[in-house]
Design a protein around this ligand. Structure first.
Ligand SMILES: Cc1cc2nc3c(=O)[nH]c(=O)nc-3n(C[C@H](O)[C@H](O)[C@H](O)COP(=O)(O)OP(=O)(O)OC[C@H]3O[C@@H](n4cnc5c(N)ncnc54)[C@H](O)[C@@H]3O)c2cc1C
Length: 391
């Protein structure tokens, strides 16, 4: 028997699950399909850390997830110090910008748990887990999904929130005869957490290194920090293979021992970095959000924030139009128009910074270092950058 819904969300990661929470305030019936079973211990320290912008925070408050976070595992960032490869420097300061903080640092698993605990309990919401769609076809004004657990669902709109290897994206592309694939940067983001000898005082650091790699230290509650080292594959693989104490020593040295001695609290994990911006965010009764829709370099720490903005915009449009057909071409075009500029802007900024800091030769070196110093001296440009990053 086919179960019918207004909206089916495929993928219960941060973006898809938050969208399901936000839509509980709407008149639409919603199903969420997640392919994996939940982790055994969601409380363990997670290497995967996010800098959540103020815009994402407001959205997560609207979803009811922010209120469920454990405040003792959230760390405000008061200042961000960025260094080029030739003594250039750019500092963003929350006080100078009249803000309580620049961002909040959170563990991915902690946020995931807070979002999942808020999944609606009413009869207009259905969670299907573990399950994955295997085929799609269309009947009049509905898309029909067959799942690998033999269930069949029909919906007026299917939202692909199924991450970087999105199945829903593949359906849009094959219908349009396209095959855009995520493009590897040839880099990995190596992440690990450390206890620190000195207090970080709520400061986040980022170093654009002479070898083209980018090292970020993000403050965690207490004397702890999380590093994301975006490095070419050979260096990233070397870092991941180091013994934990050797890695701690290497990371401390690369950051000029700003936090004194480091002690490892999680093993290092390397995530392959890829770029993807699609010509189409929508297809026949299909829409994409989060990493399914775009992949950006983590150097700006904005990937999940961009995904939350997709979900927020889609939810806002649906909440404002309770009687709309959510899969109609006119509605999907409105969603796509709303998102196009932000996604292209973030993709442009991260790709150009990545190119500039990876280019060898005197001219790019001069440009990137003078650029950082100049930006640092022009308050109006700094304010504009902060506004953009705050979402
Ligand atoms: C090293 C690194 C560091 C990063 N740091 C930051 C940062 O500091 N700040 C930031 O904002 N972003 C950061 N990002 C980006 C961020 O991790 C992603 O943007 C974010 O996780 C995307 O969330 P999502 O919900 O769209 O996708 P995902 O988290 O990938 O979730 C997709 C979900 O869909 C499920 N799924 C997949 N396929 C199917 C299917 N066929 N059927 C059913 N379910 C399915 C999966 O099990 C998963 O639960 C970083 C990324 C990397 C690699």
């Amino acid at each position: 028997m086919t179960q019918s819904f207004d909206i089916v969300i495929v993928g219960g990661g941060l973006v898809g699950a938050s969208l399901a929470c936000r839509l509980s305030a709407s008149a639409f019936s919603v199903a969420l399909i997640e392919g994996q079973t939940p982790p055994d211990d969601p409380y363990e320290w997670d290497q995967r850390i996010y800098a959540i912008s103020r815009g994402s925070r407001r959205y997560l408050q609207d979803c009811g997830a922010w209120q469920r976070l454990d405040a003792s595992r959230c760390q405000p960032v008061n200042q961000m110090q960025i260094f080029g490869d030739e003594r250039s420097e750019l500092v963003f300061d929350a006080d100078n910008a009249h803000l309580s903080e620049l961002a909040i640092i959170l563990e991915s698993r902690h946020l995931q748990k807070a979002i999942w605990e808020g999944l609606p309990g009413h009869d207009k919401f259905t969670l299907i887990q573990p399950a994955r769609p295997v085929s799609i076809h269309y009947e009049q004004d509905r898309a029909v999904l067959a799942l690998d657990n033999q269930q069949t669902l029909s919906a007026r709109l299917i939202v692909g929130a199924d991450g970087a290897r999105s199945w829903v994206r593949q359906q849009i592309q094959s219908a349009k005869g396209r095959a855009d694939q995520p493009k590897p940067y040839g880099q990995k983001g190596v992440v690990a957490n450390f206890d620190t000898e000195k207090s970080h005082q709520g400061i986040a650091w980022q170093w654009f290194q002479a070898d083209g790699s980018i090292l970020a230290w993000l403050p965690l509650p207490g004397n702890r920090m999380s590093m994301v080292w975006s490095a070419q594959d050979p260096l990233a693989d070397e870092l991941c293979q180091l013994a934990p104490e050797q890695l701690a020593q290497r990371v401390a040295e690369a950051g000029g021992y700003r936090l004194g001695k480091l002690t490892p609290i999680t093993p290092a994990v390397g995530f392959p970095l890829r770029a993807l911006v699609l010509p189409d965010l929508v297809g026949q009764r299909l829409a994409l959000v989060g990493d399914a829709a775009h992949l950006v370099h983590p150097l700006a720490g904005q990937g999940v924030n961009l995904g939350f903005q997709d979900a927020r915009d889609l939810a806002d449009l649906l909440l404002k139009s309770p009687s709309v057909d959510p899969g109609s071409p006119s509605f999907l075009q409105r969603y796509e128009r709303n998102r196009r500029f932000d996604i292209l802007a973030m993709d442009g900024v991260t790709k150009n910074l990545h190119r500039l800091f990876n280019a060898s030769g005197a001219a790019p070196k001069w440009l990137r270092n003078v650029g950082l110093n100049l930006t640092n001296r022009v308050p109006a440009v700094k304010q504009a950058l902060i506004r953009q990053a705050l979402g």
